[in-house]
Design a protein around this ligand. Structure first.
Ligand code: AMP
Length: 282
């Protein structure tokens, strides 16, 4: 009998939807209900455990789950040595230090003797202790960005993506403690099933950065076009009936497409198609 793999995933918050979308894209078929803690995957021997994002490190570390999806910031706050199997390219943010606009502070090393409010007390304490800067960390569960107005602290350490929440609250960023994104982590009880799931998830992350490009071109222009699009290894070139035209297929970086299209057209490319790729295993 094979053992069911347990994957702990966020049950709410900003990582929930991208995580369930990622798992579906990786080929897992399951139904998400608002109340269920555990959901069985229909087409694989996997149970999804829907839990709070911040509880994922603990559950994987304890062995309640074999794998988990959470943010690097939360892993770091929990302080475990869980193995990061895949960086998932969403939930990107940074754990940043910020002070009120009117503050005399302008750099992280000037925080000595100050009070810092944060929902990441362990990372914050470690960060300042590691630099021999003596600060008082005020642990808060929420509303960190208003704490300086309440006189609770001189500055904050909080998650930032665009920086607009800081600006709205009259704060300015003075340094970064940690860069974060969502990750797939394992507790090290590695077996074939863990690796299969990691490969499927990695294949989706890799595919999202790529596009499949198809075009036709006069056969005499193939070399010029191939020079523009090297592809994963080399582009596939197939002569069309009659031999005057060829079809060219290739995989290209998604963020290069914008620059490639006019160059391909100029080099004689016609009937150019750009398609998404669902999964890619190099
Ligand atoms: P949430 O459950 O919505 O509080 O967010 C959980 C995780 O989402 C955080 O621990 C981060 O890993 C990630 N995240 C990504 N961007 C942000 C952001 N701008 N603010 C807060 N969390 C973020």
């Amino acid at each position: 009998m094979t053992e069911t793999l347990r994957l702990a995933v966020p049950n709410k918050g900003r990582l929930k939807t991208p995580t369930t979308e990622l798992l579906s894209a990786a080929g897992l078929s399951f139904e998400v209900t608002e109340r269920a803690l555990s959901v069985t995957v229909d087409n694989a021997d996997i149970d999804l455990l829907f839990v709070r994002t911040e509880d994922v490190p603990e559950l994987v570390s304890d062995g309640v789950a074999d794998l988990g999806i959470t943010g690097i910031d939360l892993l770091s706050e929990y302080g475990t040595d869980l193995e990061i199997l895949v960086e998932l390219d969403y939930g990107r943010c940074r754990l940043a230090a910020a002070v009120p606009n009117a503050s005399d502070l302008s750099k992280i090393d000037e925080f000595a003797g100050r009070r810092i409010a944060t929902a990441h007390p362990a990372v914050t304490s470690r960060f300042f202790a590691g630099r021999d800067i003596d600060v008082t960390v005020v642990p808060l569960r929420g509303s960190v960005e208003v704490s300086t107005k309440l006189g609770v602290a001189d500055g904050i350490v909080d998650l930032v993506s665009s920086g607009s929440t800081l600006r709205v609250n009259g704060l300015r960023e003075v340094g970064t403690l940690l860069e974060s994104e969502a990750v797939l982590v394992s507790g090290g009880r590695g077996n074939g099933a863990v690796q299969r799931l990691a490969t499927a998830i990695r294949s989706v992350v890799a595919a999202r950065r790529k596009r499949y490009l198809l075009l036709n071109a006069p056969s005499g222009a193939v070399d010029a076009i191939a020079a523009v699009i090297p592809g994963l290894s080399a582009p596939t070139v197939m002569p069309l009936a009659g031999g005057e035209m060829s079809a060219i297929h290739s995989v290209v970086d998604a963020d290069e497409v914008w620059h490639l299209l006019p160059r391909l057209e100029e080099a004689g490319g016609r009937g150019i198609l750009v398609l998404p790729i669902e999964q890619l295993i190099p």
